[in-house]
Each structure stands twice: as structure tokens, then as C-alpha cells.
Design a binder for this molecule. Structure first.
Ligand code: GUN
Length: 300
């Protein structure tokens, strides 16, 4: 039988339903905010800095703003045009750092190419207490040394998803494909913190498929559409797909694919995250959770 046939009958894995889990957590966060407001506290506030015309970034930011509204977090969208100078963004961050009504500041990435060299400077300008993306070196340092703090949203969301589905981590072999600061490096640290044996792979790794096949937990954040085939997945493995690729089909329809060939991998995995509806909604939820964490430190 052709294993890539797209029918529900051929899918064998359990789905790690990020959309459902995110909804549950957002309801918990919403209740928390409601209680704080009933005590006369101010609303938590999140500032989102969006630079330029990247259409994917605009969609992500819109989702973040909507999610804030649903749980009672006040969002402040700070938009800059494509050609803005770094100084203007830095000056805005300075203002937000000092604002008493702002608990979290997020700079949506990627920044336009003329700001590539300034990305670190911009991220490092965010006050560590308001760094809800967990990308400031201070917060990265806390994560590296196993201390609590603000941690990057996507890997945090993956860990919560694994926890809620009671996936065993201790002693398991985890393979992470992708070494970004946003996902690959932090998820490797978080899995190690939970006593997994972690292997990191990246674009220069040899025999990627062989390494992937050893994983009990396979996290794919490579940014390459359907890089991971079904034959790369060990029977019974847990597969986390962080990729998101928007595809325009010839007939005008569009599709969203991940870094993993879902139809193939779902034949062999014990659990797998769908795309969309897996890691994405968890990322946004952890942003809300981090904003509340930072708020509670100041206000509660
Ligand atoms: N672009 C894609 N994912 C993210 C994220 O988690 N945070 C930020 N700031 N930008 C992103």
C-alpha cells in the first residue's frame, strides 16, 4: 500500500493537539487575569514591535494581539516601516522598558535585512524583566544554568505539550534538528534539564536520517519543508514539528506544511504534532504566560 495516501485510516499516531491544549491553558490564564482585575489590579500589558512588510510576521503578530485580548492582556502594537533606522526602534524599546503599564516586550523576528546586523543590539536593549521572548543573554544564561526565568516561547510550549500528554522524557534519546536561539538551542537545554540524552543536529550534520532514527523524541526545527521523511522516524517515537511553510498550489488553493512529512511520519510515530494546530498555538500561549509571569513579579 502507498504509505503516503492521505486518508484518516492510514494515520496510526496519537496527535499532540496544540490547539486544544493551548485553549485549555488560555482559559486558565484568563481566569487568573479575571481574579487579579477583580482585586483592583491593572491589566497586564504586552508591547509587540513589528517592523516592515513580512506577511508571515503580520499574521503571527495579529494572532498574538488577538490572543492577548481573549485572556485580558492589553496589547500595544508598535509598527515601524520597512526602512526604519535601528535608533528609532531602540528609542521605542527604551520608552517601553520604562513604562509601568508594559510587562512584556516582543520584537517580532526576522527584522528586515538592513537591520540584520543590529538584531542582537535590538534584542539586548529589551529589559530582561520584560523579555517575554527569553532572547536576552541574561535570560539565556539563566536557562543555560538551569535557573527559572523567562524562557523562549516555542520550546516552552513544546515542553508543556509533552508534560500535558504525559510523555516520558527522563532517560529518553532526544534528537533536535536545528540550532537556532529561538528553538533548537533552548529546547535541547530544556530536554536535558528533564534528563533526556540530547543530540543536536544542524544543516552541516552528516547522516541526519540515521541520527534521527535513533530518537525517542524527535524535535524538528530546521526550516526546511518536509525534510523529515517517514523512514527517518523510529517506530513509536514522539515527533515534534516546529516548521511552518505556506504553500500556494497551482489551483489557487493554499496549504500549510511542516518540516516533517506528516502522512509518512504518522505511520510510525506514537505521537506527532500536526501543522497547523501543533506547536504554533502553544508558542502564542507561552507568550501570554510569560507576560503574566513578568506582570506577577511586579504587581502581585
Ligand atoms: N518569529 C518566529 N517565531 C518567533 C518568536 O517566537 N518570537 C519572535 N519574536 N519572533 C518570531
Amino acid at each position: 500500500m502507498n504509505k503516503s495516501v492521505n486518508t484518516q485510516e492510514t494515520i496510526k499516531s496519537g496527535v499532540l493537539d496544540g490547539a486544544k491544549t493551548a485553549k485549555e491553558i488560555r482559559e486558565e490564564l484568563s481566569l487568573k487575569v479575571e481574579k487579579l482585575l477583580a482585586q483592583g489590579k491593572r491589566k497586564p500589558g504586552l508591547a509587540v514591535i513589528l517592523v516592515g512588510d513580512n506577511s508571515a510576521s503580520h499574521i503571527y503578530v495579529k494572532n498574538k494581539v488577538q490572543a492577548c485580548k481573549k485572556v485580558g492582556i492589553e496589547s500595544h502594537l508598535c509598527q515601524f516601516d520597512e526602512n526604519v533606522e535601528a535608533e528609532k526602534i531602540l528609542s521605542k524599546i527604551n520608552e517601553l522598558n520604562q513604562s509601568d503599564s508594559i510587562d512584556g516586550i516582543l520584537v517580532q523576528l526576522p527584522l528586515p535585512s538592513h537591520l540584520s546586523a543590529s538584531t542582537d543590539m535590538i534584542l539586548h536593549a529589551v529589559s530582561p524583566e520584560k523579555d517575554v521572548d527569553g532572547l536576552h543573554p541574561y535570560n539565556m544564561g539563566l536557562l543555560l544554568s538551569g535557573k527559572p526565568g523567562l524562557r523562549p516561547c516555542t520550546p516552552s510550549g513544546i515542553m508543556v505539550l509533552l508534560e500535558r500528554y504525559k510523555i516520558e522524557i527522563a532517560g529518553k534519546k532526544a534528537v533536535v534538528i536545528g540550532r537556532s536561539n529561538l528553538v533548537g538551542k533552548p529546547i535541547a537545554l530544556m530536554l536535558m534539564e528533564k534528563n533526556a540524552t540530547v543530540t543536536m543536529c544542524h544543516s552541516r550534520s552528516h547522516n541526519l536520517d540515521e541520527i534521527a532514527r535513533q530518537a525517542d523524541i524527535l524535535v524538528v526545527a530546521a526550516g526546511k519543508q518536509e525534510l523529515v521523511k517517514g523512514s527517518w522516524v523510529k517506530a513509536g517515537a514522539v515527533v515534534i514539528d516546529v516548521g511552518i511553510h505556506h504553500l500556494k498550489l497551482d489551483n489557487g488553493e493554499s496549504r500549510i506544511l511542516g518540516d516533517v512529512n506528516y502522512q509518512e511520519a504518522a505511520q510510525v510515530a506514537s505521537y506527532i504534532t500536526p501543522v497547523p494546530g501543533g506547536v504554533g498555538p502553544m508558542t502564542v500561549t507561552m507568550l501570554l504566560s510569560n507576560t503574566l509571569l513578568s506582570y506577577e513579579k511586579k504587581v502581585v
